[in-house]
Every structure is written in C-alpha cells, then in structure tokens.
Design a protein around this ligand. Structure first.
Ligand SMILES: Nc1ncnc2c1ncn2[C@@H]1O[C@H](COP(=O)(O)OP(=O)(O)OP(=O)(O)O)[C@@H](O)[C@H]1O
Length: 295
C-alpha cells in the first residue's frame, strides 16, 4: 500500500494505564483508505485500547510511539498535540454501549447535532440526515424518541450519528454484542453500505462468522501485540496461531477445512464448495448420496 492510501499510521505504540496494566506492548500498522478491518482477539488482548488510539481518545504512553492521521486534504497530523475535535473529522468512534452517546429526544436531533456544530447549512443537514437514516435502515423514524427504539436500533442510531459526520474512518467497538442474528446483520449491512461508498470501517468483534463475511482485513491481537494480520482467508487458515489467542475460526471454515476444502469462510462458500465437490451445481447443495464419503 503506498503512503497516499494510508489514513492511519500506528508507529511503535505502547500504552500502559495508570494502574500499571500494559495494554499495548509495541504495535506497528497502517490502515488504508477503503479497508473494512476487523480487530479480533480474546478479552484483554488490547483491541479497545488500540482502537481508541485511532482518534486520540488515548495516546501512546511511550515517547517513541506515534499515531499519525493522513487527512483527505493531504495533511499529516500527530494525535499527540492535536485536539480531539480536529481528529474526529478524520476518525469517528462508536462506543460499545450506544446509550453512552445518545442524548436527544428525536433521532433527527441526534443526527443533526454533530453536523450543525461544524456549520452544516440547513439544506445539506436535512439531506445528510435523511440519507444516513436510510443507510442504517431507520428511515421513517426521524421523529421517534430513541428511548422507543430497540437496543439494536439504538446501536444503528449511534453508528448513524458518527457516519453522518462524514469522517473518513468509522471505528465501531463491538457493534453486535448483545444483538440477535437478524439485528447483527442489519448493523453489519449498514456498515457495508457505508464501506461501499468508499469509506474506511474498523470494527472490534468477537463474532468470527460476521468478521469472515464482511471484513476485507483481519488483525488478531494477543497480549498487546499484533499476532497476525491479513485477509480473512489468510488469518482464519492459521488455526494453530489463532489458538494462541483462543480464537476459533468461523464454524463453516473449520468444517470445510476438515472436509479438505480450504479457502471456505462462510456458510454460502461451504454450500457452494461442497456442492461442487459432490458434483452438484453451484447454485445450491446437491443431495448427499447415502454411501458417499465426504471426509
Ligand atoms: N481504563 C483502564 N484502566 C486500567 N486498565 C485497563 C483499562 N482499560 C483496559 N485496561 C486493561 O488493559 C488491557 C487491555 O484491555 P482492552 O480493553 O484494550 O482489551 P480488549 O481486547 O478490548 O478486551 P475486551 O474484548 O474485553 O473488550 C486489559 O488488561 C485491561 O484490563
């Protein structure tokens, strides 16, 4: 990836909390424009601490560590020494608990608040609010009080209130925790629509099936360092490496690997590959002959 494509640069970053807990033990990576990145790893491996460095919510605690953002207008800003609201124009952050960032009496006011503060004119504001409500599947709920939304809808509203700011990178900490399958999918679909507009998305997730389906890049963390980093296919094929951080690849991938079908990540991939292996069509699974051995 060339320098122009880079939007976030993490350079030798360590972070030790005041309690003495060393959450990041030396991280180097770059996030490129247009990536859909999933950060994975067991509890306490440093995912949230790393993600909070992306927009200056946390800063490196080692003098040699640096986080630099490359803005759309060609500037490079170091998060150390730059005020949070300047950094927020490039990287928006959605917290794990949506209720931490919902304050207004209607969804419309919730979405209008940020852009109005940075001087959006009424016409642009109205258009952006309506486009973003549609993007997250909440169209028609503009006048609803957020307390009447389900938890999943509030999560989508919190995401929308970040996306509406037009930042280059949206970082969402555990967007699907506590959501059922259908709602998790709606949340990830919203992020996929945003990504399709050319934006960069970074999620922290424990849901490997969704990570495999939506992310273009997976960064696995272990004990404050990057354990492995690559495409979902590359990362999830390293089963022994992932075991070091207690991550099990998506079940479809594990099953397919056991059946000798590498490169499978999702249930759809598995159906297609198994169907082909059994001599069926690519459009659906062939019936399994009774005496056929598939392993
Ligand atoms: N505010 C804090 N003060 C002190 N220690 C902290 C703080 N936040 C996190 N830690 C510690 O830093 C380490 C990394 O935590 P972090 O929350 O970044 O990990 P994580 O991978 O995001 O975990 P989880 O999946 O549970 O959210 C852990 O040992 C944690 O206890």
């Amino acid at each position: 990836m060339n320098h122009l494509d880079t939007v976030i640069e993490i350079d030798g970053v360590e972070h030790t909390y005041g309690t003495g807990a060393k959450a990041l033990a030396g991280v180097d990576l770059t996030i490129g424009r247009g990536e859909f990145v999933a950060i994975i790893g067991r509890n306490g491996s440093g995912k949230t601490t790393l993600a909070k460095h992306f927009n200056g919510l946390l800063r490196p605690t080692n003098p040699g560590g640096a986080v630099r953002l490359h803005t759309r207008d060609g500037r490079t800003v170091d998060t150390r020494g730059t005020r949070l609201h300047h950094l927020a124009a490039t990287v928006g952050y959605v917290f794990q608990n949506p209720d931490r960032q919902i304050f207004h009496d209607t969804c419309r006011e919730e979405l209008e608040y940020g852009p109005r503060n940075i001087g959006a004119d009424p016409e642009t504001l109205a258009r952006e609010v309506s486009e973003t409500m549609e993007l997250v599947g909440l169209e028609g709920r503009e006048d609803t009080n957020p307390i009447h939304l389900s938890r999943g809808e509030r999560q989508r509203l919190a995401i929308a209130s970040t996306l509406v700011m037009g930042c280059d990178v949206a970082v969402i900490d555990e967007p699907t925790t506590g959501q059922d399958r259908a709602e998790s999918r709606k949340i990830l679909d919203s992020l996929a629509h945003h990504h399709a507009l050319g934006r960069t998305v970074v999620i922290i997730s424990h849901d490997m099936a969704l990570v495999a389906e939506y992310a273009t890049r997976v960064i696995a963390m272990r004990q404050g360092r990057v354990l492995t980093d690559g495409t979902p296919a590359e990362v999830f094929s390293q089963r022994e490496v992932l075991q070091e951080t207690n991550i099990r690849p998506p079940q479809a991938a594990v099953l397919a690997a056991e059946l000798g079908l590498p490169g499978v990540l999702t249930v759809d991939d598995a159906v297609r590959e198994m169907s082909a292996a059994l001599g069926g069509t690519r459009s659906g699974p062939a019936p399994l002959p009774h005496d056929d051995k598939v392993s």
